[in-house]
Design a protein around this ligand. Structure first.
Ligand SMILES: O=C(O)COP(=O)(O)O
Ligand SMILES: [Mg+2]
Length: 221
């Protein structure tokens, strides 16, 4: 695996445990709209396809039906304001993240971040986590017309850096990461400690499954 030049990372559920802040923001939104709060596990299962889907899933659960365009827009504005106020609070990195990123950098790998989270939230979260100096490229879920599981963001990063997909690897916690990487012609590592709608990442058949991100260092030797 020494041929790998570029490592593309997912953010939520892979590098940081953002569920506490996402849960809090969803509940601030639900309360503002007059609904009951949602349990943490429900929110965990709604994360993965960006903020619009998170809001739509929470609203569908609260309303008992699919929200109208107007309901969705009102809720999304409420969620954005709430998440703006809490997203960068006490950002918790998973064990081994700094060590792994530092060693990959020291080994000369290029690192990129491809998240489905709307871009506007990402720089502050990275700065708060101490991760703002690591990535040559950072894409949010709304940076391009397509988001994961579409391969477009991963291929965009490869093209921008002039690195072939077979010389890149994706690391993520969700089937969206696995599907995007496979469609991009890239190998993929699934981490077991993230969200993935409460499902086992091994079921999505990533090329490797890791319980701790530090396992990457052995893989990429
Ligand atoms: O915002 C989401 O739904 C998931 O974000 P991620 O792609 O960083 O896991
Ligand atoms: Mg994720």
């Amino acid at each position: 695996m020494s041929k790998i030049q570029l490592v593309q990372f997912d953010l939520d559920g892979t590098l940081i445990d953002s569920l506490p802040q996402l849960w809090q923001a969803v509940n601030l939104m639900l309360v503002e709209l007059g609904f009951a709060q949602a349990p943490k596990q429900a929110v965990q299962h709604w994360v993965g396809n960006g903020a619009d889907k998170l809001v739509e899933r929470a609203l569908t659960d609260a309303l008992g039906h699919t929200p109208s365009e107007h309901e969705q827009q009102t809720a999304r504005a409420s969620f954005d304001a709430a998440y703006d106020s809490v997203a960068k609070h006490k950002v918790v990195l998973y064990p081994g993240v700094f060590e792994t990123l530092n060693q990959l950098k020291a080994a000369g790998k290029t690192l990129a971040l491809v998240t489905n989270k709307p871009y506007r939230f990402v720089p502050d979260i990275l700065a708060s986590a101490g991760l703002d100096e690591y990535f040559s490229h950072v894409l949010g879920g709304d940076s391009l017309a397509q988001k994961k599981p579409d391969p477009a963001p991963l291929l965009h990063v490869c093209q921008a850096l002039n690195i072939a997909p077979e010389h890149s690897i994706m690391v993520g916690d969700s089937e969206n990461d696995v599907l995007a990487a496979k469609a991009a012609g890239m190998r993929v590592v699934g981490v077991t400690y993230g969200y993935n709608y409460g499902r086992n990442i091994a079921d999505s058949n990533p090329d490797w499954v890791l319980d701790n991100i530090e396992g990457l260092l052995d893989l990429l030797k």
